[in-house]
Design a protein around this ligand. Sequence first.
Ligand code: NAD
Length: 490
Amino acid sequence: MVKQYKQLIGGKWVDSVSGETFESKNPSTGEVLGTVAYGDERDVDLAVAAARQAFESEEWGDMAPSDRGRLLQRVALKLWDNLDYLADIESKDVGLTINETKNIAIPGSIDVLEFYAGLANKVQGATLSSPSNRFNYTLREPLGVIGAIVPWNFPIMLTMWKLAPALAAGNTIVIKPPRETPLGVLELARLFQEAGIPDGVINVVNGSGSTVGNALASHEGVDKVAFTGSTSTGRLIMQAASEHIRPVSLELGGKSPNIVFEDADLDSAINGSLFGIYFAQGQVCASGTRLFVQESIYDEFVERFAERAKQIKVGDSSDPETQMGPQVSEQHLQSIERYVEIGQKEGATLVTGGTRKKDLGEGNFFEPTVFSNVTNDMTIAREEIFGPVISIIPFKDEEDAIRQANDTLYGLASGIWTNDLKRAHRMIPKLDAGTVYVNTFSMLDSVAPFGGNKGSGFGRELGMEAMNMYTQTKSVWMDLSEEHMNWYGF
Ligand code: NAD
């Protein structure tokens, strides 16, 4: 049955002002999963006003931090109870395999909520060194209303990365879910509400990026914009937020290098690099899309890697046997096909894959794809494809690997596979990226800050650091002298 979804504004589930709706489809089957209220600027105005009212309310604004933490813990328990439900809807709406949602994305998201629930009463200012006639201290305060804009690849998880620290710090939020995959975020908001989050603390407005997203990013009533998405949209977000000089945090695209040295444990390097590219159908910002392999082991590595890639089982995301689900949409599939064509035209060797899997019915299925003999200046090594396409590039030595790895617009993640501890430590500071993986790839944890350098954005989500993005410092001065202040000698 097709479910009807509205938007959450001020604690009420409402239609959009325009009354328009759109459909969200299962990319494995083409089946319509839900019709969703389609908002515009007017809905954003209402949601921002509701979030402001909740921020200033006694119920939320004066809630003791420990009580806020306890409330978020209660939400987390509710989410654990609904793990299977959330995993199912996220898998069907996005195309992530049921194993990816059930074992990684949803439990990982709840873990993030628990982490920040625990930090709600640990936000601290400082007492500063002051002379005896004066007292200086700082407060860390919430910013107010957060505007959160989320992409389609991990909607629940990437919403939680913003929602959990924002609420733990005492802010309220307006979320714009992705146009392609809004259902998980709407279900998540419903569960927060059912667990007792006060009205207006969480608001959700659906719609297009250029209308709802832009209205939120440029809104005078929004105190900070938290964005995850492509680098080109990130640029627009910065421009929009500059209208009222609002801070932004940007988690953007990547073209992450993953470097395999001849001394590495090759079985691990092959397994880890397969996971690094084909996890979540390659629709991961930090994917190891540029696989640098040392010349001496290049041919053997490519052959073994491609052999394994061919064995990955592509299929319906709800089937527990499936190892790689569908791409999010027909449009995205076409974009991946274009990159495969460009790769071949520019002289890379297509070792395996490169086409749709047509034997699987209506879904947007693509084969795990491997290109070898890629050079770092080819389009497929420079632009984000955001699909299951890897470019394997040879390198000579450590210096060459670092030079090529850093020769990119992006700086999100990097991987090194080596058994030489000294080499790993030498390379870590030289790789221009927000995360470095050594003998592993695509690891995430609530405690570990995540974010990018250069074109991959700025700000760090997760870990203690994210609490700084959702609080601001107030510096307080108090005069302790017994005399009256009399600067002018009156
Ligand atoms: P996108 O930039 O097209 O959209 C992201 C969000 O922004 C969506 O909700 C969209 O509706 C909205 N949006 C679009 N135009 C807008 C505008 N003009 N103003 C305001 N909002 C607007 O990205 P996508 O295609 O949904 O997601 C894929 C991209 O996200 C990839 O580039 C990927 O690397 C990136 N990503 C980054 C991270 C990270 O943590 N660094 C994580 C996941 C995805």
